[in-house]
Ligand binder design. Structure first.
Ligand code: CTP
Length: 405
């Protein structure tokens, strides 16, 4: 399938010698039916004339925040229009600017306003590509979900041989196609995602909780929304900003999370429980007034909270259930036990006692396992960003929806 009819691709061109290859990329996109809008930086215009892109795309080329009288805020309208943004070539400069949120020209400014998918195809001299700043900036972008089409080894414009050549236009074109395919692959699906910790209050100022920051659940909710799903995010207390386009419901305790989930479960196609729900709360409820300190020992009696997934498993109907297993040892065995006990369709086994994997990290060491109904597939993932894990998980879920259809 190469038809990109009705899709708008925003092609950002920055100042590298491979800017001429982006003309070919624009042509491939146009031939596949896309509407291509080009934004050029000042230095890009030294390599290729805007007229060339204008002739190929039949659209005006944008290069400044200030010149289009029909749109006083072109950075917002261009960002809103685009189904996908591809920056090719992406210089070390635009990579650094976007990694740090710098907005000092049209392209860098509109990149901050994009809520959809972004692809970067880096191109530069090998020394610049391997500089720790560039490596770090690319890592930051990847962790935020920017797709990087890796540069290749070969002869570089400076005459040296090494890594840094921009990927060829057909490879970048394939990446644009695959990102566009994902952009409505979950259309019509209602998905509930839970995130963060719960708090079980002992008295008005003290509570039992855990170190969950909510990152994984927030990322899953955002990426599911970017696939076109209708997403409700039910979250315990976190410092995160609710993702745009996601209906966010804030709760505090396990009981509130349970009620919010069950109110919506009958209409849902999938429930993804990424929340770290507290397993116990103070027995008999919280003290109404602050407990005063004394020299006596204080005994705290606890009672189990509702197990939301266990309860959902018993009344799941056609809803697919996805659990997370936070484990320190026997990760796979423990996760498999939870998958069966809670009658889940999919479980993400997560190692949580590793410095780069677990609460608050940007990366995680996981395995994704499906139930026997879905062939009991087990995929052990290398250490990867939470965005990449969310994409793997949603890929699984999408295939399961297709099988159930
Ligand atoms: N979960 C839930 N309700 C709870 C506790 C957990 O729905 N009261 C969900 C979590 O959101 C997660 C899955 O169950 O998706 C597994 O959570 P985890 O804490 O790993 O396991 P527990 O069932 O709590 O078992 P244990 O703490 O003994 O490992």
């Amino acid at each position: 399938m190469t038809k990109l009819d009705g899709k708008t691709v925003l092609l950002g061109v920055t100042g590298g010698i491979s800017a001429y290859k982006s003309v070919e990329l624009a042509r491939l996109l146009i031939r596949a039916g896309a509407n291509v809008k080009v934004v050029m930086t000042e230095s890009a215009k030294r390599f290729v004339s805007p007229l060339t892109f204008r002739a190929v795309t039949r659209n005006p080329v944008a290069d400044t925040m200030w010149s289009d009288p029909s749109s006083p805020i072109p950075h917002i309208s261009l960002a809103d229009e685009a189904d996908v943004v591809v920056v090719a070539p992406a210089t070390a400069n635009i990579i650094a600017k976007h990694a740090h949120g710098i907005a000092d020209d049209l392209l860098s400014t509109l990149l901050l306003a994009v809520r959809g998918r972004i692809i970067f195809a880096p191109a530069m001299n090998e020394k610049m590509y391997l500089h720790p700043s560039t490596t770090e900036n690319l890592r930051t972008l990847k962790q935020r979900g920017v797709v990087i089409v890796e540069p290749k080894e070969g002869e570089l414009a400076c005459g040296e041989v090494g890594i840094g050549r921009m990927a060829e236009p057909p490879e970048i074109f394939e990446s644009v196609k695959s990102e566009l395919a994902k952009s409505d692959s979950m259309k019509g699906k209602k998905i509930i995602v839970t995130a963060g910790p719960t708090r079980e209050h002992i008295d008005p100022v003290r509570f039992i909780s855990n170190p969950s920051t909510g990152k994984m659940g927030f990322i899953i909710a955002k990426r599911a929304m970017m696939r076109g799903a209708d997403v409700t995010l039910i979250t315990g207390p976190t410092d995160l900003y609710p993702p745009d386009g996601v209906d966010t419901v804030k709760v505090v305790s396990a009981r509130q999370m349970r009620d919010a989930v069950f109110e919506r479960l009958p209409q849902a196609d999938a429930l993804i429980m990424a929340a770290a729900v507290a397993d116990y709360r103070p027995a008999g409820g919280r003290a109404q007034k602050k407990i005063k300190k004394s020299d006596e020992e204080l005994e705290l009696r606890l009672e189990p909270t509702e197990d939301i997934l266990l309860e959902a498993g018993k009344n799941k109907g056609n809803c697919l259930l996805v659990g997370f297993a936070a484990e320190t040892d026997n990760v796979i065995e423990n996760a498999l036990r939870k998958l069966e006990r809670k009658i889940l369709d999919l479980i993400v086994a997560n190692k949580v006692d590793h410095p780069e994997s677990g609460f608050g990290t940007n990366t995680s060491l996981c395995a994704i396992i499906s139930s026997k109904d879905f062939e009991g597939e087990k995929r052990e993932l290398e250490m990867m960003s939470k965005v990449e894990i969310a994409e793997e998980l949603l890929g699984f879920l999408e295939n399961m929806f297709k099988r159930n259809a």
